[in-house]
Write a protein that binds this ligand. Structure first.
Ligand code: SF4
Length: 232
């Protein structure tokens, strides 16, 4: 094994904060190499220690499907990708049935997802019905388009514990959404008292090492107090 890489990983396991050039080194390891599996082992060990060996299982139900003008290059809902050609809203009873099934099977949180341009009023209407059926026994998380403080309050009033919202890789370039809008939603969620789930995503071979490193460290720089580790 590359001793330099092993040293970085061992020091991180001992509690040292990782530097950007070291993150870059770890991202660059060869797939399925010894170093690759050592990183996975270390990541698993750190997660286990943080969580006491417990994990959460979150389930997501789509409220609608259809072409979305957000046009994120990586998304099957992007209008430009022509995967979905017509707008469709799921039958509310079916959404509730799926949520109840997830809950009965042990999901620790239920996500309701819509495309970015779906009507918030309709989303809230459906969400309130879902919340009533779930009886508040499992946290509900909204995975929706960008929103302001008023909508964040509406989401909270509808029964949501939090939102999943991310500044995606290549935001504003691979997407048609201004990064400032994403950060505005972060702030609105925080102000309204919603938990914010966040990830570095989506990660694919289309991203450069520089992007991966920058996005790995930037959420903490942007607004550390409003960001909690990935909930998805
Ligand atoms: S905004 Fe969301 S739903 Fe719309 S294309 Fe982008 S990722 Fe897909």
């Amino acid at each position: 094994m590359d001793t330099g890489i092993k040293k970085i990983i061992d020091e991180v396991l001992s509690g040292r904060i990782i530097e950007s050039d070291e993150i870059r080194t770890l991202y660059a390891v060869t797939l399925f190499s010894e170093e690759f599996f050592y990183i996975q082992w270390a990541g698993r060990k750190m997660s286990e220690e943080c969580s006491g060996g417990l994990a959460e299982v979150h389930g997501q139900v789509g409220v609608n499907s259809g072409p979305c003008t957000g046009n994120c290059a990586f998304c099957s809902f992007a209008a430009a990708n022509k995967v979905f050609v017509e707008q469709k809203v799921e039958v509310t009873e079916e959404i509730i049935r799926k949520c109840l099934t997830l809950m009965k099977n042990g999901a620790n949180a239920i996500y309701l997802m819509s495309t970015a341009t779906f009507s918030f009023d309709r989303f809230l209407e459906i969400s309130k019905l879902v919340y009533r059926e779930l009886g508040g026994s499992v946290p509900m998380i909204a995975n929706v388009g960008d929103f302001d403080y008023e909508i964040a309050l509406d989401l909270k009033a509808a029964g949501f514990t939090g939102v999943y919202h991310a500044m995606r890789m290549g935001e504003g370039q691979a997407t048609r959404i201004d990064p400032k809008k994403r950060l505005g939603s972060f702030a609105a969620a925080r102000k309204a008292g919603l938990i914010l789930g966040n990830c570095v995503e989506p990660i694919g071979p289309e991203h450069t090492l520089d992007e991966l490193v920058e996005k790995t460290i930037s959420p903490g720089k942007l607004n550390r107090s409003s960001v909690v580790p990935c909930v998805e």
